[in-house]
Ligand binder design. Structure first.
Ligand SMILES: *[C@@H]1O[C@H](CO)[C@@H](O)[C@H](O)[C@H]1NC(C)=O
Ligand SMILES: *[C@@H]1O[C@H](CO)[C@@H](O)[C@H](O)[C@H]1NC(C)=O
Ligand SMILES: *[C@@H]1O[C@H](CO)[C@@H](O)[C@H](O)[C@H]1NC(C)=O
Ligand SMILES: *[C@@H]1O[C@H](CO)[C@@H](O)[C@H](O)[C@H]1NC(C)=O
Ligand SMILES: *[C@@H]1O[C@H](CO)[C@@H](O)[C@H](O)[C@H]1NC(C)=O
Ligand SMILES: *[C@@H]1O[C@H](CO)[C@@H](O)[C@H](O)[C@H]1NC(C)=O
Ligand SMILES: *[C@@H]1O[C@H](CO)[C@@H](O)[C@H](O)[C@H]1NC(C)=O
Length: 256
């Protein structure tokens, strides 16, 4: 009964403050950030649920707070004032971030030559069910992205000569450039959200590649054709290649 009342108060407060939080969860596992918070507090005199509620309230009330970690075992509350980029699976710890507004963001992209596999947030999006002209590189493909975007991973096949990937959302949130990573051979987990891609090289911008009619210069704007190398070198011309981009940052200590 007490919990029900507390929960009601919590909902009321959160709506008054206009902040709503969502827990970061991947494959049923909660993640936390290991970066330094701007405020840490512990309240051992209250229940775990109340401590969590108070943590949420603290973040709602602090104008600079955008996210918090809550350690259930220690009733510890950590507040963050910036976009975080490093996460781990830490037992008993849950990370909450301010829920994003619906964005209705459409990705427009093209691969040279064949779109083979397409993943968003680690989810395998069926190429045959979702795209047409998958082996016609002159035809741009579109896909409606989820509001909360964690990662994009695309496997393509280059059937000779210079290959590549170009992708952009109208708001430029997604934009192929050297912050993407491309490689010729990838291991089994390459498309996953929590895949450690720090050993992958930065994508190469293929500045000499023409946009063509299918993806006009206006459409492309600041997006670049990217590939794992610049140009084409015999065996590098007819190959599968893998490109990925993480929008939430890197994951640490994954084996728990
Ligand atoms: C954390 O925030 C509380 C108020 O919620 C404040 O009393 C305390 O001084 C802050 N601690 C630090 C280290 O800023
Ligand atoms: C812990 O929570 C109780 C109940 O809200 C409050 O009275 C007390 O001051 C809090 N202690 C600390 C250290 O924040
Ligand atoms: C999303 O955007 C597209 C074009 O930008 C528009 O046609 C569509 O109606 C929008 N959908 C929603 C749910 O707003
Ligand atoms: C994703 O789906 C495609 C087509 O069904 C399949 O070939 C591919 O192996 C799948 N990827 C993974 C990682 O299961
Ligand atoms: C693209 O796909 C559509 C629908 O499947 C088809 O009618 C069209 O002929 C294709 N275009 C090319 C160039 O293959
Ligand atoms: C092609 O291979 C040669 C020899 O390995 C190398 O020197 C050259 O830089 C390569 N060119 C491209 C475009 O990768
Ligand atoms: C991620 O990969 C890099 C390079 O391979 C390595 O140095 C780093 O320790 C890895 N991080 C984790 C948490 O596995």
């Amino acid at each position: 009964m007490i919990r029900v009342i507390i929960f009601t108060v919590f909902i009321y407060f959160v709506s008054v403050q206009g902040k709503c939080f969502k827990r970061l969860e991947i494959n049923g596992k909660c993640l936390c950030t290991c970066e330094p918070p701007f405020n840490t507090s512990v309240n051992l005199t209250v229940s775990t649920e109340k401590a969590l509620m108070m943590c949420s309230l603290k973040c709602s009330q602090a104008s600079n707070c955008v996210a918090y970690n809550f350690f259930r075992n220690f009733k510890q509350c950590q507040l963050f004032d910036r976009k975080l980029t490093k996460f781990s699976f830490i037992p008993g710890c849950v990370y909450y971030y301010e829920k994003v507004e619906p964005r209705n963001r459409t990705l427009r992209f093209s691969v040279d030559n064949v779109l083979v596999q397409f993943y968003v947030n680690g989810k395998n999006i069926s190429v045959s069910d979702n795209f047409q002209n998958v082996s016609v590189w002159e035809k741009a493909k579109t896909y409606n992205l989820p509001d909360q975007l964690y990662n994009i991973a695309i496997k393509s096949y280059n059937d000779g000569n210079v290959g590549g990937l170009i992708a952009r959302s109208l708001d430029d949130y997604v934009l192929t450039d050297r912050t993407w990573k491309c490689i010729k051979e990838a291991n089994d987990d390459w498309y996953k959200i929590d895949f450690n891609d720090s050993s992958w090289p930065a994508a190469v911008n293929e500045i000499e590649k023409k946009h063509g009619n299918y993806f006009s210069k206006e459409d492309a704007a600041n997006a670049n054709w990217i590939y794992f190398l610049n140009g084409c070198n015999n065996t590098d011309c007819k190959v599968d290649f893998y490109c990925r981009k993480s929008f939430i940052g890197t994951f640490l200590e994954l084996n728990m």
